[in-house]
Design a protein around this ligand. Structure first.
Ligand SMILES: NC(=O)c1ccc[n+]([C@@H]2O[C@H](COP(=O)([O-])OP(=O)(O)OC[C@H]3O[C@@H](n4cnc5c(N)ncnc54)[C@H](OP(=O)(O)O)[C@@H]3O)[C@@H](O)[C@H]2O)c1
Length: 244
C-alpha cells in the first residue's frame, strides 16, 4: 500500500480526502491535534475494506521545530511516503487593522510555514524513492478577495506560488506538485457563515450550488493517481463555478 500523509485528516475536507484515498487503495496517515469520534468510524470502515489502511497520527503542526523528528518517525514506522496532502488549515476572520498580531502569526505559521517545512522533510523521502505527489489545499480566496480574510487569503495565495516553483525544482526527480482551490464547502471552518450567506454563494455560482467535500476529495485522488502523471505545477479549482 502506498502511504499518503493527509494533514488535517480528522474532519472536514481532510477526513473526506482520507476516506476517498482509503477506497482508492492507499494507506492514509492522518495528522491532526485531537482525536474525535469520526476518526473511529473511518478506522472501522478502513479495517473492513483494507486492514491497516487508516492510521491517525496526532501532532500539532504549529510546532515547526518538531516536524523533522515527526517525519522521520513516520518513515521509520510506516515506510516511504508516496503522497503528501497539505490540507490542515485555520481561519480567523477580522479586519486587518484590528487583528491581533499573534493571530496573524498563527495563521502564517499553520497555513504557510508549517506546510512548507513539512514538505521539505517529506520531499526528501520522495527524492530517495524517485517518485512522489504533493497536493496543497489552497482556496479560491487566493484569487478573489473577501472582506475580513486578508491574512487567510495571503496564506492561501502563498501555497500556489510555493507549488509552482517547487514543481519546477523537483519535476526532474519525478515528483509532482499541484494545488486544489476549493470554493465554499460546509465544514467546521466555515460554520460562522450564516444560511443567508451560503445561499448567496450558491445562487451566484455557475452551477447554482456549493461544492462538497467529495468533490474536493475526487480532485485530490485524481492528482495522486496515474491518470495525472503529466500534470504538475497547476491548480484545480473546485467551486461549482463560483469564480467562473
Ligand atoms: N471549508 C471550506 O470552505 C474551504 C474552502 C477553501 C479552502 N479550504 C481549506 O481546506 C483545508 C481544510 O479545511 P476544512 O474546512 O476541512 O477545515 P476544518 O473542518 O476546520 O478542519 C481542519 C483540520 O486541520 C486540523 N488542524 C488545524 N490546526 C492544526 C494544527 N495546528 N496541527 C494539526 N492539525 C491541525 C484540524 O484538526 P485539529 O483541530 O484536531 O488539529 C482538522 O483536522 C484548509 O486548509 C482550508 O483553508 C476550506
Amino acid at each position: 500500500m502506498r502511504n499518503v500523509l493527509v494533514t488535517g485528516g480528522s474532519r472536514g475536507l481532510g477526513l473526506g480526502i482520507a476516506r476517498q484515498l482509503i477506497s482508492a487503495g492507499y494507506r492514509v496517515l492522518a495528522v491532526a491535534r485531537s482525536h474525535n469520534s469520526q476518526l473511529d468510524e473511518v478506522r472501522a470502515q478502513a479495517e473492513a475494506l483494507n486492514p491497516g489502511s487508516f492510521i491517525f497520527c496526532p501532532f500539532d503542526l504549529a510546532e515547526i521545530e518538531k516536524i523533522p523528528r515527526f517525519v522521520s518517525q513516520l518513515r521509520k514506522e510506516h515506510g516511504p511516503i508516496y503522497g503528501l496532502v497539505n490540507n490542515a488549515g485555520i481561519s480567523f476572520e477580522g479586519v486587518l487593522a484590528m487583528m491581533p498580531t499573534s493571530q496573524i502569526e498563527q495563521l502564517v505559521r499553520v497555513n504557510m510555514l508549517s506546510p512548507i517545512v513539512l514538505t521539505k522533510y517529506v520531499v526528501r523521502s520522495m527524492m530517495s524513492q524517485g517518485e512522489g505527489r504533493i497536493v496543497n489545499v489552497s482556496s479560491i480566496m487566493a484569487f478573489t478577495g473577501y472582506n475580513g480574510l486578508s491574512v487567510y487569503g495571503a496564506t492561501k495565495s502563498s501555497l500556489l506560488g510555493f507549488s509552482r516553483s517547487l514543481a519546477r525544482e523537483v519535476g526532474k526527480l519525478s515528483i509532482q506538485v499541484n494545488s486544489v482551490a476549493p470554493g465554499f464547502v460546509d465544514t467546521e471552518l466555515t460554520r460562522s457563515l450564516g444560511e443567508e450567506q451560503r445561499d448567496k454563494i450558491a445562487r451566484r455560482s455557475a452551477l447554482r450550488r456549493l461544492a462538497e467535500v467529495e468533490d474536493v476529495a475526487n480532485a485530490v485522488e485524481f492528482l495522486l493517481s496515474d491518470k495525472a502523471k503529466n500534470i504538475t505545477g497547476t491548480v484545480i479549482t473546485v467551486d461549482a463555478g463560483s469564480t467562473a
